[in-house]
Design a protein around this ligand. Sequence first.
Ligand code: F6R
Length: 610
Amino acid sequence: MCGIVGNITNKPIKDLLINGLTELEYRGYDSVGIATIGSDNKISIIKNKGKIKDFANKYQNKSLQGNLGIGHTRWATHGIPSETNAHPIYDSDKKLAVVHNGIIENYLEIKKDLIKEGFEFFTDTDTECIANLISSFLKKDYTMIDSITKTSERIIGHAAVLVISEYFPSTIFGFKKGFAGSILVSKNNGEISISSDMQALGFDVGDYVVLEDNEIFLANSNKVEIYTDKKLISKEWKKINEKSELVTKGKYKYFMEKEIHEQPNLFSDNFSGRIDFVNKSISFIDEINKIDLRKFKRIHLIGMGSSYNACLLGSYWIEKIAKIPTVCSNSSEFRYRDPVIEEGTLIIPVSQSGETADTLSASHLMKQSGYDQLSIVNAKNTELDRITNNSIYMRANKEIGVASTKTFMSTLQILFTIALYLAQNSNSKLINNKLFDDYKNIPNYMNNILDNSELIKKISKKYSEYSNFLYLGRGYNYPIAMEGALKLKELSYIHAEGYPAGEMKHGPISLIEDKMPVFAIITDGVYLNKMISNIREIDSRNGNIIVLSNCPDKLDKSWYSDLINFDYTDDNFSPFLSTVCIQLFSIYIAMERNLDIDQPRNLAKSVTVE
Ligand code: F6R
């Protein structure tokens, strides 16, 4: 979702801002813009609907002078993606310009008041209120810091904002309210770089500081000051010690294809320091040292999208394997339903980006209520890290494909390992040699799927023209049916529903006909016979069935149209393998339909608005 950059530099400002925005491209966006202040102290803005490369082409001959600027990738919330609505946005006098992540909930009311004061509005954005509000306070002779403070107090909602102004042509200001993504401010030898994430800072050395809720900063080449409640505060500056990682597609056509293929190695990496295959033990000794997981009586997992699907599966594993009552919630629902949480509950928020507004709000609520939390995140130094103060990292490296694949897999693996860890501590008989042998073999089984993916490609091709799909699974593979439907929707824009197969007779069965293929995940275990009954019922109604199974010998060929099979394991482990198959099925269908695999339409990698 929206990304913010800002620079004060001796290098060519336009190129630097565009490079920063390119680093944020993975987040998803629909328009781009930058604003700079030249030596004449005037603001120049260039912006465009569409991708950064189109923006760069359009303005390739436009030179922008000066050494200070801000930039933005916008993901439309208020007003269509267009050049007019793209940020930066001027105030009505064109004396200042702002870029904004987040949503201002009371913008209509503010707009009405400002119009009465004589301000004009030229865009459909809520952001224009911020520009005009700051301007209105400046006109009343408030200082810039006071004007920003008053603006932040007046708005309801979430905002991460940068401001430049002709009144202070050497300074970038910014503020943060609530959860609308991070703002990192960094300095190095008189140069300033500001960004929504570490990768886009552009500095490999230097110091950085992270802006917190209700903080305002001003930065110029001499100093960076941070204020809260109009008071100057001192904050801890940290050393930048993460070299930006150069991610390429390698031999693959798409990042997502590469990310799917990285999963076996990543799975092995995630064993390290957690699973001791020699002594047959599980620990998080170097990772979870601020809380003792064994003290909790209940667990509540929260997440959105694929992270929610992972939480759902995690709740099955933890209850089944560790026998600890565990539930999961969609963060956006959880946040507003006044949740009643028992004492002794551990909250586990899951978010690959660590920036999902709904999950941040839910986690913040739990922090205010005093619950212990352990987050599972991929990106370090994110807002969720800071709220929970305890994180397990996915070790998935950077995921560029907007739709999650390898981060979903890492989350599953961490949740499964937590279940084993908790079971080990209650001396469960489950934690035996066979379990360790099976777990260790999962990457090999994944490679078997990837090495034989031609069959999945062939089947995907056959089904690529269909408009509707039903995904069914039970037990551990019900969340994977949900994830399969989500991946298909996201990548190929095909309507797909994921259901627990037991639910089929309670409504979805009315949809069954030959034009609605059913993707049934059938694994050996307690659900086998129930799943067989389900596909028999579908077959009796002329349904078109694709079976994904690790026990095809237990099924009759006449019961389904197509079969994708994967290695047999204990049912506990089957989701790791069925996941790889549903990912390949979706990506191949989308490739067949010639779609934008890495940046599907309308999607964002960091969903920074609720
Ligand atoms: C699905 C997908 C989204 C995210 C969701 C939560 O492929 O990418 O559904 O899973 O937006 O994102 P995080 O995990 O960053 O909180």
